[in-house]
Write a protein that binds this ligand. Structure first.
Ligand code: F0G
Length: 459
């Protein structure tokens, strides 16, 4: 009962730079108030993403020394294949250089022009790939998943079967080319999907003969939530749960940069032989030969070990509880967050935080700027800038969820670092009436990607 701290100790440290508010105001100006355009060296605690930012273990670093860099059939691939089969329970493994490459291969195989791709909430890189294919991505998450103020639901990432049925009734089942379940659901708070929901979606998919794919960047975190929140799973191991999750789908894609506990890598995993053959061909053209797919041997070794470590229950308990620690403290300070806290970060509701700033003046982006200005902490906007779109006449469509995402990198920051965020946000919240919105003064040609390069001015 005393062993409540991290299940690791720190062997190597990476210095980070403290700065003054005046310096940060200058850097913000130079970056046109876009956190993506700041230099990482000028960031104190970096919460822009949990992707590719994990600390690797001694076991992973030592495995890297064993990397076999042979072009074809390298031993490191077979190590990775063994580890992936063990966790996914699926036989065929194509590595890719990162998640969006697996998205690309998946979209090439499953997406059809003018047909619909159903998801709980599609991640942007799949959305981009679908648009390239002329496929319409539709988000059919349950209503609770779009309401940041509804605390009661333990699985806000679930797909809404009734909404899926309505779409099938309206368009016809043959107009749906694929269903994709993203675990956990990144866009609405790292919210998990229940096993019951995965099972029901799979029955629905089978009934209408629609292939089911899982976007599984955060598969271990999802499994931990099933174990701790869903009846009947408390005594199952994490791997028993992941294998059951994937038993319901035909194919899985993964960005290994999250629950792979590595800095780069992706996976395309399937149980369908024909799909695998197509994936191999696409990998050879775009990624690399079948047995490395854009990854070095040493990176595959690190991933083989990292996947196993991510499924360790002591690690997961530490991981999920650290994110909850941040969420609980923010909540205690009165700050409006998506509840319950999810897997990889805490999402603050920008509209409830700054009710005086209308959505077209980017309340969550304003909060990102305020947090960095006050404390050197870098978060990211998932709201009007990142998810804003336009209808056919060019009128803006604003997203239902308007948040600032504070990601927590795996095994990287201490709770003292998280307290910096709590203290800074509490102070901003006390002065929240004094903030005004922002306007975009420059954006790139592709609307869906504008948040990466846009320039802003403060109003
Ligand atoms: N799918 C999900 C659910 C993701 O969250 C990401 C990346 C990808 C696919 C693409 O993977 O980056 O390896 O190419 N998410 C990062 C984020 C970038 O910050 O949430 P990738």
């Amino acid at each position: 009962k005393y062993m409540t701290a991290e299940p690791f100790r720190i062997k190597m440290v990476e210095p980070i730079k403290k700065s003054t508010k005046a310096e940060r105001q200058q850097w913000l100006k130079e970056a046109q108030y876009n956190a993506f355009r700041l230099k990482a060296d000028d960031v104190y605690v970096d919460c822009i993403t949990d992707s590719g930012t994990s600390a690797m273990s001694t076991h992973q670093w030592s495995a890297m020394m064993l990397g076999d860099e042979s072009y074809a059939g390298c031993r490191s691939f077979y190590e990775l294949e063994k580890s992936v089969r063990d966790i996914f329970g699926m036989p065929m493994v194509q590595p890719t250089h990162q998640g969006r490459a697996a998205d690309y291969i998946m979209a090439q195989i499953y997406c059809k022009p003018k047909k619909y791709a159903i998801g709980n909430m599609h991640f942007d890189t799949f959305r981009g790939n679908a648009e390239v294919m002329g496929t319409y991505p539709v988000d059919l998450v349950i209503d609770e998943g779009l309401d940041s103020a509804s605390p009661s639901h333990p699985f806000k990432g679930n797909l809404d079967i009734n909404k899926m049925q309505s779409l099938v009734d309206e368009k016809g089942a043959d107009q749906i080319c694929v269903i994709i379940i993203t675990v956990t659901c990144n866009n609405n708070g790292g919210q998990p999907v229940s096993m019951q929901n995965i099972r029901e979606v799979s029955e629905f998919a089978k009934k209408y003969n629609i292939p089911l794919v899982m976007d599984s960047a955060r598969l271990a975190e999802n499994a931990y939530f099933i174990k701790t929140r869903e009846e009947g799973y408390a005594d199952k191991s994490i791997k028993e749960i992941t294998r059951e999750m994937f038993s319901y789908c035909e194919t899985a894609t993964m960005s290994s940069k999250k629950d792979g506990l590595v800095n780069i890598g992706g996976l395309f995993v399937t149980r369908n032989k024909d799909v695998f053959v197509q994936a191999n061909q696409l990998a050879i053209v775009h990624e690399g030969f079948i047995t490395y797919g854009g990854m070095s041997g040493r990176d595959m070794e690190a991933l083989a070990v990292g996947l196993q470590e991510a499924c360790d229950e002591q690690y997961l308990e530490y991981r999920i509880k650290q994110v909850k620690y941040l969420g609980d403290k923010l909540k205690a300070a009165g700050i409006p967050i998506i509840e319950p806290t999810g897997g990889h970060g805490v999402y603050v509701d920008g509209r409830r935080f700054f009710p005086q700033i209308p959505q077209h003046e980017f309340p969550s982006q304003r909060l990102v700027v305020a947090l960095y200005e006050e404390s050197g902490v870098r978060a990211v906007e998932l709201g009007a800038c990142a998810f804003g779109s336009k209808d056919e006449e060019g009128n803006p469509i604003w997203p239902e969820l308007e948040t600032m995402r504070i990601c927590v990198s795996r095994r990287v920051y201490t709770n003292n670092h998280l307290d910096v965020i709590v203290n800074a946000l509490s102070d901003i919240y006390k002065n929240r009436d004094s903030y005004k919105g922002m306007k975009i003064v420059h954006e790139g040609p592709i609307l869906a990607l504008r948040h990466f390069t846009a320039g802003f001015e403060l109003l």
